[in-house]
Structures are given as structure tokens and as C-alpha cells.
Design a protein around this ligand. Structure first.
Ligand code: SMG
Ligand code: MG
Length: 369
């Protein structure tokens, strides 16, 4: 337990190496909120997974900024003793806003762990020192471009390819990639772009022996996913629909998916993500760590999470170079066997490089009691 003396809210912006197109839009730069907290004994960092627009989720950078500045930050600064574990109660007066809450939970946990000189991976009960990495490939203009990107990523060593799909950009994209690479782990992610009316297309994906079909239907749905799962052979994986451990338990009970994408930032931080993991592990359902194009701060958090025993499938924890010409931290590098080392220093094990942080900061505000 400790007192948070001061907080800093930062909005940072970084160019992407290439635009990232999904079923809901195109991102050509990354902008996100970072929080730095100072306790009596240490600093801690958290990165928010929200982005420029409320498209993946209802939260977005300005809603996160407002929630932290107006409500969550003052609540933390007002307490004489806080711990990451006490925040779910402390934050109960704010409905929803899991991405904003996650940023503070992760920053305060990072500070606590730095203070006691323990790594996040060790705290979470890591059973591995390296994490197996996949890569998520955006929708391209042409099939040739898609082929070239996939070939490049496979040559770098990535152990699973995930193709973003959208209605009309699905079977014709998956077929050539599967024909080129009959034996790779291949999955697709629709980001909620289909409805049950599209069952024929989704069933046709069964022919490609996919590792999973991620979030084909509405971003808050469980029941229709359960109906769909009963009608197709491929395993469904839920991403957007899982916002808490309770959601994960409900999804598994309903048979809405057979695999879970765990994004700590989407469920309210690493502690709730651990609870989602535990639900999956108990049910014998494979899990993996999703990504939100994080900078090195969020990537370090994700890598630590993915060391937990239930993360048995390749994770969307790709190298810094897959996203950014230059990261905010020392770059994360993919080993030629498709794995990545997990930072082992205290807390998340990394901090932003001061020069890079200065160059990328768009907005800054100090929060004090
Ligand atoms: O971080 O490698 C990454 C991106 C992985 O595809 C990815 N994320 O739905 O899983 C997902 C998407 C959400 C981000 S879209 C900006
Ligand atoms: Mg997804």
C-alpha cells in the first residue's frame, strides 16, 4: 500500500510504418494516453489502449483523458493508501470506462512492483521467459500486396498470421494465403463486421482450416456468437465482446466461443486480465494476448501477461518495427524463432526514452492532490 503523490497525463503520437486497415477504418498513426504516477517510493507507467476515434470501443483518447482528469485521478490522489488491488472498489463510482481504469491500475501496479523489485511477469506467475508471437495483417488494396506482407512476416519468423477481413474482402483474401502456405497457423479477425445473415460466408471459411475466427458478430453480443458457433466447424474467438472475467465466464457457459483473446486494456487492466485468464484456464479454453498497436510501454505489459500458463496460442505481441519507425522505449525485437523476450526488470521493466517521449508528446497535464 502506498500514497500516490502526483500523476502525469500525457497524450503521445507516433507515425505507423504502414496504414493499418480493419473492417471499421484505417489507422495511419498511433495516438494514445500514457499515465505516469509517482508514489513515495517509485514511479509507474501505464499506457491506454484507446485510440483517436471511438471505433474499436466506445472509449477514445479524449474520453479517457476526461475520465482520468475529472474522476479517476482525483479519487486516487485523495486516498492516503492505495494499491492496484484496491482500485476496482475505489473506481466503482465510475461506470464502465475500463480502458481509462486500466491505465491507472497498470501504472500503480508498476510502481508497487518497482518498489519491491519484482517483475510483472513474476508477480503474475509466469511459466515462461519468452512469448510466442504472431502478427496481425491489415486489409490491403490488392491480394498481391497481402501476399508480399505475409511472406515478409513469415520470413521474419512470426508463428501465426492473422488476416483482417470484412464483408467482400474475406474468402478471396484467405484462399490465396492458405494456398501459398498450407501449413501455417492462420486466423482471421472481422472486428464485428458480420451478422448471422452471413452464416454461409462464415461457414465457407471452414475450408481453410483456420486456427480461429475472431469476433465475427456484434461487439457486445454473446448469444448470436453461440448460435453461430453451433453452425460452423472453425473455433470462434471473442475479443470486443469480453470486457470482464464475468463476460468470459458467460461466453464460455453459452458456448459463444472456444478461444479467448485477452487484452488487459480492454478489461480494466492486468488484474482483471488475470481473472479472465483464470476463467479460461479452469475451463480448459485456450487464451492468447491481443494487441492494440501499443508502444513499448503497453507491449511490455502485454508480454508479461502472456507469460501466464493459460496463454497457449501465439500472441499479437509483434516487434516494435512492425508498428513504428521508432518506438517510445528501447525497441522490442522478434527472435528468428518467432519468440520475444519478456523484460525481467522490476515492474514492466521499461520506461520511455526521455528524448523519444519529448518528441512524441502532444499534450501534458500534471495531476496533484
Ligand atoms: O497490436 O498487433 C497489434 C494489433 C493487433 O489486430 C490487432 N488488433 O481487433 O485484435 C484486434 C485489433 C484491434 C486494433 S485495431 C486498431
Ligand atoms: Mg480482434
Amino acid at each position: 500500500m502506498t500514497r500516490v503523490r502526483r500523476g502525469e497525463l500525457l497524450l503521445v503520437g507516433l507515425p505507423l510504418v504502414r496504414p493499418f486497415r480493419t473492417s471499421f477504418g484505417v489507422a495511419d498513426r498511433k495516438e494514445c494516453v500514457l499515465v505516469r504516477v509517482e508514489t513515495d517510493a517509485a514511479e509507474g507507467w501505464g499506457e491506454c489502449v484507446a485510440d483517436i476515434e471511438p471505433d474499436f470501443s466506445s472509449e477514445w483518447n479524449q474520453s479517457v483523458w476526461g475520465a482520468i482528469e475529472g474522476f479517476l485521478g482525483p479519487a486516487v490522489l485523495h486516498e492516503h493508501d492505495v494499491s492496484a488491488g484496491s482500485l476496482s472498489d475505489l473506481f466503482r463510482f465510475v461506470r464502465g470506462n475500463p480502458m481509462a481504469k486500466a491505465t491507472l491500475v497498470n501504472a500503480i501496479l508498476d510502481a508497487e512492483l518497482r518498489q519491491r523489485d519484482e517483475s510483472l511477469a513474476s508477480y503474475l506467475g509466469a511459466d515462461k521467459r519468452t512469448v510466442v508471437c504472431g502478427v496481425s495483417v491489415g486489409i490491403t488494396e490488392t491480394v498481391d500486396e497481402l501476399r508480399a506482407q505475409v511472406d515478409g512476416y513469415l520470413a521474419e519468423g512470426y508463428r501465426r498470421i492473422k488476416l483482417k477481413i470484412a464483408p467482400g474482402l474475406d474468402l478471396d483474401r484467405v484462399a490465396p494465403i492458405r494456398a501459398d502456405h498450407p501449413d501455417i497457423l492462420l486466423s482471421v479477425d472481422a472486428n464485428a463486421a458480420y451478422t448471422l445473415e452471413d452464416v454461409d460466408v462464415l461457414r465457407a471459411l471452414d475450408d481453410f482450416e483456420l486456427l480461429m475466427i475472431e469476433q465475427p458478430l456484434h461487439h457486445e453480443d454473446l448469444v448470436q456468437h453461440a448460435k453461430l458457433q453451433a453452425q460452423i466447424r472453425s473455433d470462434l474467438c471473442l475479443d470486443e465482446s469480453i470486457r470482464s472475467a464475468a463476460d468470459a465466464a458467460a461466453a464460455l457457459e453459452l458456448g459463444a466461443c472456444r478461444i479467448v483473446n485477452i487484452k488487459q486494456g480492454r478489461v480494466g487492466g492486468v488484474l482483471e486480465a488475470r481473472a479472465v485468464h483464470d476463467v479460461c484456464l479452469r475451463a480448459g479454453v485456450p487464451a492468447w494476448c491481443g494487441g492494440m498497436l501499443e508502444t513499448g510501454i503497453g507491449r511490455a505489459t502485454n508480454l508479461a501477461l502472456a507469460t501466464m500458463p493459460g496463454f497457449t496460442l501465439p500472441n499479437d505481441t509483434s516487434a516494435s518495427a512492425r508498428y513504428f519507425p521508432e518506438d517510445l522505449t528501447e525497441p522490442f525485437v522478434l527472435a528468428s524463432d518467432g519468440t520475444m523476450e519478456v523484460p525481467h526488470g522490476p515492474g514492466i521493466g521499461v520506461v520511455p526514452l526521455p528524448d523519444r517521449l519529448a518528441a512524441c508528446t502532444l499534450r501534458r497535464e500534471v495531476l496533484e492532490a
